[in-house]
Design a protein. Structure first.
Length: 117
């Protein structure tokens, strides 16, 4: 049997590359939950984020926050308090994920009401 080669349009190829970039950037179990928490609750301290997310280990949360900061999605601010506290908030680029976060939340609510009755 002869295999047919499928040609993707330039637009399709660009879209698939862009989706791959987002997966690389936001991959893993925790990044969407961190971004969502900061989107819905605004600035948060480390322990507040940990409590909000629940089962994430502190070491994992630190790593994920660092990744998000390196990729310009969050800002880490060290507050001049005693003891020193650190706050995290979304950058403008991080806030631009609002359509994705909102769509995922809406889809998840629909999914739960349809499938997980």
């Amino acid at each position: 049997m002869e295999k047919t080669k499928i040609e993707l349009s330039e637009q399709c190829h660009m879209s698939m590359k862009a989706i791959s970039d987002v997966q690389d950037l936001m991959g893993g179990k925790w990044k969407y939950l961190i971004i969502s928490s900061l989107y819905f609750l605004d600035k948060m301290r480390f322990m507040d984020l940990k409590r909000q997310i629940g089962t994430i280990a502190p070491k994992v949360l630190s790593k994920e926050l660092k990744d998000l900061e390196v990729n310009h999605l969050i800002i880490r601010t060290v507050c001049n308090t005693k003891p020193i506290t650190v706050e995290y908030e979304l950058t403008t680029l991080g806030r631009s994920l609002h359509k994705i976060i909102t769509a995922m939340a809406e889809w998840g609510i629909d999914y739960r009401s349809t499938v997980l009755k």
